[in-house]
Design a binder for this molecule. Sequence first.
Ligand code: AMP
Length: 369
Amino acid sequence: MRLPGSTIGVLGGGQLGRMLAMEARRMGYRVRALDPDPDACAAPFAELTRARLDDVDAALQLAAQCDVLTIETEHVPAAVLAQLETVREVHPNSALLATVQDRLRQRQFLARHGLPQTAWAQVDDLPGLERALAALGCPAVLKTRTEGYDGKGQVRIGAVSEAADAWAAIASAPAVLEAWVGFEREISVILARGGDGDIAVYPVAENEHRRHVLHITRAPARVAPAVAQRARELGAAVAEALGHVGVMAVEMFLLPDGELLVNEIAPRTHNSGHYTFGGCVTSQFEQHLRAICGLPLGEVTQAKPALMLNLLGDLWADGAPPLAPILAHPGARLHLYGKAPRPGRKLGHVLVLTDDLDQAQAWADGIVG
Ligand code: AMP
């Protein structure tokens, strides 16, 4: 067990690292983070080692100064984690990360464990893409195996005639083709698994994306109790099968007939879990620390219904976001990450705790237009 006073090492210093560091500092831990950017979001709350995430020597130096290591992005080479494992405990471990950071291996893992997902096919060249389209039908989504997030490295294909353009659009990178899912809702399950196998699952959240980027999360999700229960069981089954230790997000599609399909697994804290930071007794960041430090998991009860609105750089067009109307909402909790504004970039979020989520959603749509 690593008690407060120990040092947590975080690979990556983005907003997830920042909020993890804030919670760690509150609990009496020290935090060191690895990130090439001197202005990394986590910098105000962590000792920053400035180096790229693929710099093994820098990562090993960081490890020597820490008691346990974790990641805040899956864009850390699994080979770097494998090196770190030789000197320190690392969560998630390198084998798990290697499975999850490659869409093909993630799909194969789900298939191996009989976990529900959309139909998919491996694509390595244009003829292979055409064969896959013939097998799966259109529409379909072509996704690069690695480096894709927030809709990057993804192309929707509406007709077989678009195959060549789609293949060019992802720069002929090894990919996976997925059958298009006509989902009713997108939901996510945020959970934590401790080293002792104990699992704590947060209330299921409902997500709305805009231009492939998470726009709004509502929790609890508007789904039947049996669907929520099934989603929680599925999430737990994924974490068990991976042997994960720490917080994990499992994104799912809910079909009109009530069936659930796993879309994506993130072995870390997640944007759709931000509602827990203020909305639940234990935030996902505290929970992750508890799990990787071997402390008992915290209570996941939600104190109040919550809506989280991502604040993207587009809102900074006039220099600052519309703070007055945001702060005027009596249930609002504002988080800004200290990042330089750029269109499309996640610069912060606002959490609204309220019994009227429909009204909050209308309010949020009014803020972002
Ligand atoms: P991903 O990066 O895989 O999470 O995809 C980003 C978003 O694109 C998802 O949250 C969905 O809104 C949409 N999307 C991805 N894959 C599919 C699919 N197979 N069918 C329908 N929509 C999808």
